[in-house]
Design a protein around this ligand. Sequence first.
Ligand SMILES: Nc1nc2c(ncn2[C@@H]2O[C@H](COP(=O)(O)OP(=O)(O)OP(=O)(O)O)[C@@H](O)[C@H]2O)c(=O)[nH]1
Length: 440
Amino acid sequence: MTDSYNSRVGDLSPSPNGYANGTSPSLTQSNNAGISPVIRKKLMGYVGFANLPNQVHRKSVRKGFQFTTMVVGESGLGKSTLINTLFNTPLYPPKEPLPPSAERPKTVAIESIGADIEENGVRLHLTVVDTPGFGDFVNNDDSWRPIVENIESRFDSYLEQENRVNRQKIVDNRVHACLYFIQPTGHSLKQLDIEFMRRLHTRVNLIPVIAKADTLTDEEIVAFKARILADIAHHNIHIFQAPSYENEDEETLAEAEEIASKIPFAVVGSDNVVDTNDGRQVRGRAYPWGVIEVDNEEHCDFVKLRQMLVRTYMEELREYTNDVLYENWRSEKLLSMGVAQDSSVFREINPSAKIQEERILHEAKLSKMEAEMKMVFQQKVQEKESKLKQSEEELYARHKEMKDALDKQRADLEDKKRRIESGRPLTPEKNTTKNRRFLR
Ligand SMILES: Nc1nc2c(ncn2[C@@H]2O[C@H](COP(=O)(O)OP(=O)(O)OP(=O)(O)O)[C@@H](O)[C@H]2O)c(=O)[nH]1
């Protein structure tokens, strides 16, 4: 596909003098068998479509972006603090401690907070979906269920908007990423973590994070990460991976590898600014023995997490949600409703094979018609033959009947003749006037 596309379009990138790949304009023809020749042209001057990426950029900036992230994890793992730290804005107001008498909810709730944030003129409508209550009950078996239902209802709402007559203003409320907070136990994943990820990985981009990583030593973090990754692999859980493309420059590839090597991200969150021993002011957590800096890559993986979620792969997260997760859910839903996809509609068609296929079908149709006509003809002939045979038999029977009658008549006459010749009188009753006249 790429080869034929390239051979048809040619290299149209403008050279510094304005011409594409050369100094003079010329026409060449590609002559691929089966494909009509396409004229390859070299530009005679600057046309301007090299500016297309800038047009897209301007349009996107004007429209702004929508991004929805979900945070899931047991209570007190630092979810709100991390979101505030990630987007550098107090999205979550400071929490009031619950009075001891207050009744705690008995199910997982779903709450969302929306905010419009702007950076260098780019507007982002950010929605954070929180799941208070997750993992906080004595029995957490079904903690994942309301979360899956919420994610699917967002897919439903998107599908409903896509099916509207007017699709000008589609609001994308789908969850583009889910930060799953793992308790910093240092052991391995808990059953609750595995169950949640197993249920959710086909519906949302999972990004596992080790919460409050400052409570573990560097060695503990390395060992804990290895055990988490082993568990994830063992249960065939798909977590979001930074994609890498062909022909990508070394720097981008190295960045993707670096990010991938940090998963699950061991993070520390803080929206407080603290003073370091060397007199700097940083976002971090101050301890008697020193300061943990949130934005220092030597202290935690917060920077790499932000790179994956916001700086480098936000668009990839949105794209994967739309092209893979939503698309799979949509097909499953339509199939369950009995709507089947006719795959032949999308089959690539070779015109000569198509003509050949049609000719074979046409010939088969013709020979079928011929056979049918033959059959009808034979049937008619048979009917005619049996009719003829029947009338022949009837004629024969009538002929026989008449012949018998004539024979009988002749025998009678001969008998009478003999009687007359022998002088024997005819029987009295037969000696009628008629007979007498006959004898005279
Ligand atoms: N040591 C440590 N404490 C943290 C960290 N992040 C947050 N905290 C503290 O943990 C406590 C709970 O943080 P929250 O951000 O409210 O946690 P949450 O998960 O949103 O809690 P819920 O709203 O109850 O689900 C607060 O006292 C935070 O200051 C961290 O990275 N390390």
